[in-house]
Design a protein around this ligand. Sequence first.
Ligand code: FE2
Length: 341
Amino acid sequence: MKSLSTLRLALVGGVFALAGGASAMAAELNIYTTRESGLIQPLLDAFTASSGVKVNTVFMKDGLAERVASEGESSPADILMTVDVGNLADLAEKGLTQPVVSDVLKAAVPENLRDPANNWFALSMRARVLYAAKDLDLAAFNYEDLSDPKWKGKVCIRSGQHPYNTALFADYIAHNGAEATEAWLAAVKGNLARKAGGGDRDVAKDILGGICQIGIANSYYVGLMRSGKGGEEQVAWGDAIKVVLPTFKDGGTQVNVSGAAVAKHAPNKGEAVKLLEYLVSDDAQKLYAKANFEYPVKAGAPIDPIIASFGALKVDPVPMTEIVKHRKQASELAEKVGFDN
Ligand SMILES: [Fe+2]
C-alpha cells in the first residue's frame, strides 16, 4: 500500500511537472547558430518583444551539424541558423532538418534561395563583388574578365578553398562548364598580384597599399569598413575602393546566403516556424540590412545606403541547390590548378 501511494504521488507529481514543462516550453524556443551574437541578438529581441516567445540561443563557431547529430532525438534545438548555402544543404543532407510548409516563407523567399523540399530558407544575402582601385575606369565587369591578361599581376583574392570562393567557382561551373572553369582558374591564378590568401578586407587594404588593382570580396565588408564598425584603420581601406557588381556573361551577380532550418527533432516546432516567418517580415529584414550590411531576401525591403550605392543587384538565377552540387568539383579544380600555391 505504502509503495502504491508513493507511486501515485510520484505520478501526480510527474503529470504536474510535465504540464508545467509543456506550458513553459510553449513560450520558449532554442536556437543553435554560428552567426555572431551582435548580429542575431537584436533580431531575436525584437521577435521576443512582438511574440512573447523567449529565445534561448547557443552560439557556436563551428561544429553545428556535429553537435545536433550527436544529440540525436533528445536535441533541444528548434532552429539551426548558419551562413553559406553549403552548410545549409549539409544540414538537410545529414537528416538534421525537417520540411516546413509555410505560405509566408514561400512568398518572401525567392524560389532559387530556398530548398526545393522546404528544409531550409535563405534569410539574407551577400554578393561576391569586385573591389577596384578608385581611379580605374571600370563601370561594368564580368567574372569571366578576371582571367584577362590585362590584369596580370593586378588581382588580389583570398584562398581558392574558402567557402566564399568555392561557391563562386561552383557558380562558374554552372554557367561555363568544368573545362572552361579550370582554364579560367589557371588564368586568374596567373593574374594574382600576391598569393591567394588573407581575408576579404585585405583586398581593399592591398588596393590601398598599391599591391593590386582589383579583387573579389563580399559586399557587406564594404559596409563594415566604410561605416567605421570595423575600426578606424578600415575606413581608409573602404574609401580606397569602388565597388562594381560583376555578373556572369549569361547571368547575374553571384550571391551566397545566410539561412535557417527547423531541426528534425524540434521540441517547439510551432514557435520555430513563427520565428522563421518573423525573420522574413519587413521589420526583421530591415534589421538584417542594418546590422550586418546584408541584402534582404524579401523584395522591396530597404537596403543600407552604403550597399545601395553599388547599384541595383541582379541576383544570378542559378538555383542555390545547383551551386551546392558543383562545390566539390570547384574545390578540386582550384586544387588542380594550384590556386593557393
Ligand atoms: Fe565573412
